[in-house]
Design a binder for this molecule. Structure first.
Ligand code: GLN
Length: 482
């Protein structure tokens, strides 16, 4: 009997190698469950059943032959639908890519495949990863498994909902302004955005190339660490990738936080947070102190400009990245007439309104006459914010802040008010603007829905960050399962 909700990566490894069940049985069990459960959740855009069962058989053969298998061998994962898996439909949540089959594997996929991970399917996302609720997906509305009247967060909402409803053990998402951490927070999971450059972006459909990172969503810090170890590293196909190694075992480096300095940001007034979040946040701060950390107040004077800065830089990059969807390549090519007609009609019909809004905004801030006033100024502000973080990391090892200002909101609550929607990214965007690693852990106040507790670290200090996150997780046992 396989109990899906109890599974973690190490547990699966143990059960597979001690022959409690086969990889085939496990994979089959997941698909049987998904077939029932996903009618209610709509986490998956596409299931990859045949290929997954074939992969599982391969793993079973290795086990039967007595070969040593890696930790991720036979582990079922869900993959956000903007990450390419060869010969597989990859839509990025957009009608413009409704029929697009990936011609190659993303580097992160290639690496996971080499370790024997199994891909259950592609998960629903906000169109081109633009959104915080997965409501901008052209295809379906993914529900939050903790409360079906609420959004799962976004843009990696399908990945988060799949794990939270036990339709996957862990998943990959992408995080440009919070899209791994915010849905993790809304669904009671761990979400990790690696340092910019830690993970290759090759094969990730670009939103804003200077901010995008692929990152894991999981039930535990340990699982997130195992996935991070598997996907980091220099890649000749992505010039921004760095020669960074991460050992998942570093989460056990220390068993207390003595000597660790943790900063809380003065500019975020804890008293102004909603009451239940303040309770949850303070409780966990206290716990960090109990573990031996010292908490000090630090200042990032221009933090409040991060969101405005993000909503200039991101659309600017998005508008140029999305120029490639011209109705001739990738897209449904059902339009005729002059080249201009084809462009207009394809992009007019197949892009959703949030995507169009950002293309218009991005084109505007890059246009001559406005470039200096908007794009260039935002870059200057970005440099300022980066420097302020640099200074702060001379004094403290980690910074903590909430992941989101609220718990998961209801469907239609923000979708018609873009500014309100953008404000939900207020605590996640700074890490992207400064290229820093960040992790969100589930925390609870008095209500039943989770918030997120976020750690930020200096560039490539994932080991310190995950060690602290692991200790906090283990000492509070805040994770709740459905
Ligand atoms: N919610 C943010 C946005 O809409 C973040 C998106 C992301 O990280 N992909 O831009």
């Amino acid at each position: 009997m396989i109990t899906l909700h109890e599974l973690t990566i190490k547990k699966i490894h143990f059960l597979l190698t001690s022959k409690e069940f086969s990889a085939f049985d496990l994979t089959k069990e997941f698909f049987d469950y998904i077939e029932k459960k996903d009618k209610e959740i709509d986490a998956y855009k596409l299931l990859l059943k045949d290929e997954a069962l074939r992969q599982a058989n391969e793993i079973d053969k290795k086990i039967a032959a007595g070969e040593e298998i890696s930790l991720l061998a036979g582990v079922p994962l869900a993959i956000k639908d903007n990450i390419l898996i060869k010969n597989t439909l990859t839509t990025a949540g957009s009608k413009i890519l409704a029929n697009y089959k990936a011609a190659y594997n993303a580097t992160a996929i290639e690496k996971l495949k080499k370790q024997g991970a199994i891909f259950l399917g592609k998960t629903n996302i906000d169109e081109f990863a633009m959104g915080s609720s997965t409501e901008t997906s052209a295809f379906r509305k993914t529900k939050n498994p903790l409360d079906l009247t609420r959004v799962p967060g976004g843009s990696s909402g399908g990945s988060a909902a799949a794990i939270a409803s036990h339709q996957s053990v862990a998943a990959l998402g992408s995080d440009t302004g919070g899209s791994v951490r915010q849905p993790a927070s809304f669904c009671g999971l761990v979400g990790l955005k690696p340092t910019y450059g830690a993970v290759s972006r090759f094969g990730l459909i670009a939103l804003a190339s200077s901010l995008d990172q692929i990152g894991p969503l999981a039930k535990t810090v340990e699982d997130a660490a195992i996935l991070l170890e598997a996907i980091v590293g220099k890649d000749k196909y992505d010039n921004s990738s760095e020669n960074f190694q991460f050992q998942a075992n570093s989460i056990y480096n220390k068993d207390d936080l003595k000597g660790l300095k943790i900063g809380i940001i003065k500019e975020i007034n804890l008293n102004s947070l909603e009451k239940d979040l303040a309770i949850a946040f303070q409780k966990n701060l206290k716990q960090l102190e109990n573990l031996g950390a010292s908490i000090e107040e630090i200042s990032i004077p221009h933090l409040s400009l991060s969101l405005a800065c993000y909503y200039v830089l991101m659309p600017a990059e998005a508008s140029s990245n999305l120029a490639r969807f011209d109705g001739l390549r990738y897209s449904p090519s059902d339009k005729t007439g002059s080249l201009k007609d084809i462009y207009f009609e394809t992009r007019g019909e197949y892009f959703g309104s949030e995507v169009k809004r950002r293309i218009v905004l991005g084109t505007f801030v890059l246009s001559s006459g406005y470039y200096d006033a908007f794009y260039h100024k935002a870059r200057l502000v970005q440099t300022l914010i980066k420097k302020e973080f640099e200074e702060v990391f001379k004094k403290v090892d980690l910074i903590v802040l909430p992941t989101t200002p609220t718990t998961a909101f209801k469907f239609n609550e923000k979708i018609n008010d873009p500014l309100e929607m953008y404000l939900s990214d207020i605590f996640t965007v700074p890490a992207n603007i400064a290229g820093l690693p960040a992790i969100s852990l589930p925390i609870y106040g008095e209500n039943k829905l989770p918030y997120g507790f976020q750690f930020l670290a200096n560039h490539f200090q994932e080991a310190t960050m995950l060690n602290a996150a692991y200790l906090l997780e283990q000492s509070t046992h805040e994770r709740r399962s459905l």
